[in-house]
Write a protein of this length. Structure first.
Length: 183
């Protein structure tokens, strides 16, 4: 679990924390420096299909919960692991991001559908490099808390549409754990 946490950490530690605060995507900002090895992740726990952890970034605690894609179609050759993550940073809570495992085309706008009790919820995303960010992170978190799965569709690296499905089983408990850890 530790090596995957470290890999997820390195991918999303460089994601712009303010990216979800902009109404429209902007050119990709310069990546932040990677955290030092001494600031590696510390597991909080596993919650069904979700894992939660913390790490220290510039002397401040960051908490995150993540899950891997349950299914992805079609298969994309050379694609790395696909991860959905919710992050709490000081001054920026509920950053919702998906690491696609390949670079999205510029100005791509994936869309997600949360299969939730009481009806499905559609979520808009914007992209920066190989990450897609929920435009309305509060709506995304609320949908995840009552949902069963997230189906994200976006452009593939060579055209066509790629669909990734994530289980939301355990999200509420993992979210509660990171919220308590980053009060």
């Amino acid at each position: 679990m530790r090596s995957l946490l470290a890999a997820v950490l390195l991918v999303f530690a460089t994601a712009p924390a303010a990216a979800q605060q902009r109404p429209a995507p902007a050119p990709a900002p310069a990546p932040a420096p990677a955290p030092s090895p001494a600031a590696g992740p510390t597991a909080i726990g596993r919650f069904q299909n979700w894992e939660a952890a913390t790490f220290t970034e510039q002397g401040r605690r960051v908490c995150y919960a993540f899950t891997r894609a349950a299914t992805s179609a079609p298969a994309v050759q050379g694609r790395s692991e696909v991860v959905l993550m919710v992050t709490h940073r000081p001054g920026s809570r509920d950053q919702v991001a998906v690491r696609a495992g390949y670079a999205y085309p510029q100005n791509a706008e994936p869309s997600g559908v949360v299969d939730a009790g009481g009806g499905n919820v559609t979520l808009a995303f914007f992209t920066s490099g190989d990450a897609a960010f929920a435009r309305d992170r509060e709506a995304a978190v609320a949908a995840f808390r009552r949902g069963r799965s997230l189906r994200l569709q976006g452009p593939g690296p060579r055209g066509g549409t790629v669909t990734d499905t994530f289980s939301l089983l355990g999200f509420s408990a993992a979210y509660q754990a990171i919220t308590e850890a980053c009060r």
